[in-house]
Ligand binder design. Sequence first.
Ligand code: ATP
Ligand code: MG
Length: 594
Amino acid sequence: MLVTLREIPADAEITSHQLLLKGGFIRRVASGVYAYLPLMWRVLKKITRIVQQEMDSTGALETLLPQLQPSELWKQSGRWEAYTAGEGIMFNLKDRQNRYLGLGPTHEEVITSLAKELINSYRQLPVTLYQTQTKFRDEIRPRFGLMRSREFIMKDAYSFHANQECLDKTYKSMDNAYRNIFSRCGLKVLAVEADSGAIGGVASQEFMVTAEAGEDNILTSPDGKYAANQEKAVSIPPMAKPLELSKDSLIETPLNGSINSLCKTLEIEASQVVKVILMLGKIEGKKPQPILISLRGDQELNEVKLTNAIADILKAEVLDLHKITPNQLKLEGLSELPFGAIGPDLTNDALSKAKTWSSSFLRIADRTAIDLRTFLCGANKLNLHRICNGWEGMPKDTISADLRNSQAGDSCVHDPTQRLQEKRGIEVGHIFQLGRKYSDALEARFTNEEGTSESFWMGCYGIGVSRLAQAAVEQNNDEHGIIWPISIAPFEVIIVIANVQDETQLKLGEILYQRMKDSNIDVLLDDRKERAGVKFKDADLLGVPLRVIVGRDAKEGKIELLRRLDRQSIVINQQDALKKIIAQINELKPPEFQ
Ligand code: ATP
Ligand code: MG
């Protein structure tokens, strides 16, 4: 069943999505829901096999966990609400006994509850379990085909340990296994430091396929010593220019002016301004919390860092966080707030009329703002700004934290002569030290060597198998179609019989097909009654790495062997065909895995 499309499907924005639809690898069934057609299923099985082999070689054990998960487990971990309410991504349902269930977006809860029942003693540790199965996430913006879908295939592994050192060891061996997996799949992947949430100190690393279409921003140093997801990246920003005006002075400013226009009018630079952003946090077990964030005018807010800082300050989970709009202020009875001219010292009186919100601000300022000696900021009166001489007069409860996005051009911390560069990346894998977050929450404990009971140390390790397949296409294609890395190609060789009406061509094609199958080569025979040109075009589109063309020269026992990657072709005798094809297959494999 080979059904290729002539036109590029209108709803596919990025190359890999277009090519997979056009080549008949996938079909959309609903938003973010795709059928993997036979060609794609072969690719996915090959990737899965590589993943399994590398997981097995770390000593991990394969398992299969239920996709239907009881709400009780998610309530114990404290994630039920965040995952099902508001922008939560867990599909959930009620069964005929009125019990709530979720469709697994991930499996920490289930696996931790199993470990709790099955592992009692340090003697049974460490243990790593893994599975490959369909995950469900009701993504807010499903897009780009298999890149961000609502039903997708993931390999997820979870490890249990008696201590941090043991966790470190498994984490390292997973890192190594992941590097093997990606290079065996023929992918160029960059390992980057990743956010590990509010529980500080634990390691987290993402594996990124660098591509323009990637949804993640990555920052790297030219010397290759530093690479991090922008969510996590740290750096030294350009120095702020000292502001020369020294006395406190009030300056009239137009309503709703941007920082840039403000700076232009006053002939100052954005780095000399402290801008204030008001956000509202939904914090576990608390009233909605207004947050007053101060940033240097030339810096951008990093919401991941902000979320972590809030969770760390309040020792509670941040369920939701968004900018406060003028309309929200109105609904809350706070329309008198000097929106657009707020300074870091806006007093809590401004919240005294709040109906449902907490009546005091949580004040957090980025370190680069705190470092400013003189700066311009809102004067807490509409259309008015003022020059401040430092932070002395500012509220004492302002907490300093790293809240800014690192950017291209910033100096690196490890070597300030190195300047960060920005790239886009597709996250294909993620390894993560969970520490004791879930084992504490679910009271999953074991008896240690001293005979006392303690929570497991845990790690989790994911690979987006279906996303990886598409990322491989995004990284390996040309104007004619896909160029599959041979190790995950649906077939290694495609035999195209130019004219099937020609008995000699047909016979030779079939003989070669049989010979290759007997030698365990993954081979596809295109003996459709189409014109040769149509078949060549399809072969280009499908991206099978090697093509054998049986054409007019068949009567002389000659065939053409074409390599999809560089379109180099040679004419060979049919007797030599097998040997030459096997040699080329080996040549196309990544060097250490032939
Ligand atoms: P993202 O930040 O892209 O939403 P994530 O960090 O939430 O992903 P993890 O929970 O780390 O994802 O899941 C492990 C892997 O599963 C990811 O590295 C990614 O490759 C894959 N994955 C996650 N979400 C999706 C999705 N919606 N569609 C396809 N693959 C996904
Ligand atoms: Mg991730």
